[in-house]
Design a protein around this ligand. Structure first.
Ligand code: HEC
Ligand code: HEC
Length: 436
């Protein structure tokens, strides 16, 4: 309800402002006090009516695609409005009353239709089993958008992220700056051309100068655009896009995690959904589900294919990266801190995109920096602040806005607490603390 009012205000403030202007104009222009009062009253009613109309429209807009039972409420509101106007603006009242009557009939009919299943006890929505293989490409693309961004339509929302975690590193929108990883707009077309890159070494894995020659012994290299995409996802270090390799490896090693492996662990069906979204959202025909899964089978051996979790639909928008029940090293892995930070004592935490997290040593130095403008007073507070609002203090020489600002929502309090416990004990040159 509050959301509705806010949305209506967002949309309708110019209209409301115009009406308020009219109100003032009426006040000033009419001299006779009795008529003046009446005019003011009518304008007031008009404003309330306009606001209700806006709410009705917004309610309709918001709930239309949700197939919500609240839809008829809009019609009822418009009906009530028409009658109200009919009473107060008597000269054109007949028109309003006819309009009102028509809406009443429409509201009655649609309301009846809408409430009907409810009256009969309702048909519960069928159990959603995600059978990726039998979806249309649009349905598959929707699932892909959920996996990458956490929900349908979320690809337009700044900072949205799903269990695929791709937006931690990749930009997805045309023309968007994407410094940590290639912008994935245009990948369907670009994929084919990557195979002609002299560094790709089509068909001769042994000649590659990358850290990993092929996804697994005998897998071979990609021969089509779709195979290039599948290989990029399952064996990022097989071919590293120039300039995006881990610092100091001369583009031989990729910072991207293999997305069929933990912690991301996408199944082949989910991978196909992700890819389908990337084609469909650019208005391109996606390869069939079978073609896509086949391209992954080439690079992911049977034993490494995660099982599709039947009863757990692909990541919801509110899904946490870690809930705090995990040991701290898993929390660092699940939240992908490891991709950007080196953390002593945590296996695989060798990232160099951000500072080495020796916070028992670093935090006091940061707090003493005259440039520190944050609110933290202690080491623990500094770490918490750094994780939740990374821009409160930007460690030199790292750029601002590199560390995602999502962890406040995406980590449970318990998970955050474990992170802070651990990092506050890590000291430069000392043994790392034990993993709890
Ligand atoms: C930790 C950062 C990170 C995450 C998370 C990540 N990527 Fe990447 N990705 C990279 C980097 C860096 C590159 C470029 C180096 C390379 O080729 O491996 C890359 C390359 C790619 C490429 C090849 C792009 C090209 O232009 O050739 C694709 C496709 C891709 N990623 C898709 C994804 C998808 C889909 C996800 C999520 C399921 C994802 N990535 C998650 C960092 C990441
Ligand atoms: C995409 C890369 C990236 C990811 C993912 C990331 N960080 Fe960072 N982080 C950075 C960068 C870059 C900085 C330095 C710039 C700044 O202060 O914002 C930083 C700064 C920090 C600092 C301050 C360090 C200091 O010495 O003052 C802490 C603490 C930190 N990150 C913790 C985390 C934790 C915990 C996670 C996972 C939940 C995480 N980061 C995930 C890139 C990342």
């Amino acid at each position: 309800m509050v959301e509705l009012i806010r949305a209506a205000l967002d949309m309708g403030w110019p209209v409301m402002a115009l009406l308020a202007g009219l109100l003032v104009y009426f006040q000033v222009s009419i001299k006779d006090p009795a008529r003046k009062r009446q005019a003011t009253f009518k304008t007031f009613i008009g404003m309330i009516a306009m606001f209700m109309l806006l709410m009705a429209i917004v309610n309709y807009k918001i709930n239309f695609f949700g197939e919500s039972r609240l839809l008829p409420v809009s019609l009822v509101m418009i009906t009530a409005l028409s009658f109200m106007m009919g009473i107060y603006f008597s000269n054109i009242g007949a028109l309003f009353k006819i309009g009102g009557f028509m809406f009443l009939v429409a509201a009655g009919l649609s309301g009846y239709g809408n409430w009907l299943p409810q009256v009969e006890g309702g048909f519960p929505p069928p159990e959603v089993k995600l059978d990726f293989g039998s979806m249309t490409s649009q349905q598959l693309a929707d699932e892909g958008e959920k996996i990458i961004f956490g929900g349908i339509g979320q690809s337009k929302v700044q900072g949205a992220i799903g269990k695929g975690q791709c937006p931690l590193c990749h930009g997805f929108n045309e023309g968007f700056l994407s410094e940590r990883a290639p912008n994935l707009w245009g990948v369907p077309d670009r994929a084919k051309t990557r195979l002609d890159d002299p560094r790709y070494h089509k068909g001769k894995p042994g000649d590659r100068d990358s850290e990993q020659k092929e996804a697994f012994a005998g897998s071979g290299t990609a021969e089509t655009g779709q195979e290039y995409i599948a290989e990029s996802h399952s064996c990022p270090s097989c071919f590293v896009v120039a300039g995006f390799g881990v610092k100091g490896t001369n583009d031989k090693q990729s910072p991207m995690p293999a997305i069929h492996k933990p912690p991301i662990s996408l199944s082949l069906g989910e991978l196909a959904a992700v890819d389908t979204w990337m084609y469909i959202r650019e208005g391109k025909d996606a390869p069939s589900f079978e073609e896509i899964t086949k391209s992954y089978e080439k690079f992911i051996p049977e034993a490494d294919r995660p099982k599709q979790q039947e009863d757990k639909p692909a990541a919801g928008g509110g899904a946490l990266l870690a809930d705090g029940s995990e040991p701290v090293d898993q929390i660092f892995a699940k939240a992908q801190c490891v991709a950007c930070h080196t953390i002593p004592g945590i296996a695989g935490a060798v990232g160099t995109i951000g500072p080495k997290l020796v916070e028992k040593t670093n935090a006091p130095t940061r707090l003493r920096d005259p440039g520190y403008k944050g609110n933290a007073k202690s080491v623990r507070e500094y770490i918490t602040e750094s994780v939740i609002s990374p821009s409160a203090y930007v460690v030199k020489p790292f750029p601002d806005n590199t560390m995602p600002k999502i962890f406040g929502q995406k980590l449970s309090a318990g998970a955050l607490n474990k992170i802070v416990d651990y990092l506050s004990q890590v000291e430069e040159g000392k043994e790392p603390p034990k993993i709890s």
